[in-house]
Write a protein that binds this ligand. Structure first.
Ligand code: NAP
Length: 308
């Protein structure tokens, strides 16, 4: 058994508390040695306000998990890589494509592992869906990612700022699954609905196609109250596959498939440990490319102001 990876965490917010900290605590592969957060804190380990202070304290860190919003990720990642640490990037891996490219090059030059995590790809239905669709001729794909922003993102201003991506913050999870289970595709048109007092869309309608013309439609909407929907429906020549609940459930031709329990972040941390021990990086930019294309190619419609 290899020595545990001495890890620090930056940005003690919702996802750090909901997933990262419990999964790190339960894993024999990791030893949490410090956190850095300006407002958040954690009992039982040294707390620092910033990554810079955490690095200066010389905890003997091997790695850091960066759990801030995307706009803050590049500076921290660059600093951690320069200090010789392996880096786990929350999704999306950056606020721009080019900055992530620089991080890939910096990690390669410094000989550390860089991991752009896409947690939704570790949902239990995704791997079987990918196997099922491999080599099949597809007829159409329909993605619906409909949720209530007031429930899931209360008080998160960064998400509405430039670089916060608005409804693409959850929508990119759908794109991370779609890019994993479907053949390569590209955007043909989009509409983004942007509240008049915000920088980022509250809803988006996206049309894609692939090399053989398969229609792929995605609807992302943060104005959904009541039942929440995170579904991907794939019509193939020989049947229908539906991934629902964000990949936690899978049905094929109407039959629910038996799946293991949800363990997305355990899967991510297992992968990060394997990358570190294998001296590799894993940075797939495809989901971020599609989100960026939507901002570049999409029509914008202004809608009523959004207040929490
Ligand atoms: P959050 O609750 O707002 O927490 C982010 C933390 O990052 C904050 O508590 C803040 O801690 C720190 N931070 C550093 N720079 C910041 C800045 N410029 N603006 C705001 N906060 C800053 O956000 P979150 O929901 O955990 O999301 C963080 C990242 O995880 C996002 O990229 C998101 O897409 C991803 N994610 C979130 C979820 C989820 O369910 N919420 C699920 C999967 C992935 P200090 O102020 O203490 O420094």
């Amino acid at each position: 058994m290899a020595d545990p990876i001495r890890i620090g965490l930056v940005g003690v917010g919702k996802i750090a508390r909901d997933q990262h900290l419990p999964v790190i605590a339960a894993s024999p592969d990791y030893n949490l040695v410090a956190v850095a957060s300006r407002h958040g804190s954690l009992d039982g380990v040294p707390n620092h306000r910033t990554l810079t202070e955490m690095l200066a304290a010389r905890h003997g860190l091997d790695a850091v998990a960066l759990c801030q919003p995307p706009q803050a990720r590049f500076q921290a990642a660059r600093e951690a890589i320069a200090a010789g640490l392996h880096v786990f990037l929350e999704k999306p891996p950056g606020a721009t494509l080019a900055e992530v490219g620089l991080l890939v090059e910096a990690a390669r030059a410094r000989g550390v592992s860089l991991f752009a995590s896409w947690h939704a790809r570790h949902a239990p239905g995704v791997a079987p869906a990918r196997r099922r669709l491999s080599g099949r001729r597809l007829q159409s794909v329909s993605i619906a990612w409909l949720e209530d922003v007031r429930h899931w993102h209360p008080g998160q201003d960064w998400i509405w700022d430039a670089g916060g991506m608005g409804v693409f913050d959850p929508g990119i999870n759908a794109l991370s699954i779609a890019t994993h289970i479907l053949p390569p595709f590209f955007l043909t048109g989009a509409t983004l609905w942007v509240p008049e007092n915000r920088q980022a869309p509250i809803a988006a309608d996206l049309n894609f196609t692939d090399a053989v013309g398969t229609p792929i439609h995605a609807a992302f909407d943060w104005r959904q109250t009541g039942p929440q929907t995170w579904d991907i429906r794939v019509e193939a020549e020989d049947g229908t596959l539906v991934l629902s609940r964000g990949g936690a459930a899978l049905s094929i031709d109407g039959c629910d498939q038996p799946l293991p329990p949800e363990a997305e972040y355990r899967g991510l941390y297992d992968r990060f440990a394997a990358l570190i021990r294998g001296g590799e990086s894993d940075v797939d930019l495809d989901p971020l490319i599609h989100a960026a294309d939507a901002f570049m190619r999409g029509a914008r419609r202004t809608v009523e102001a959004f207040t929490d």
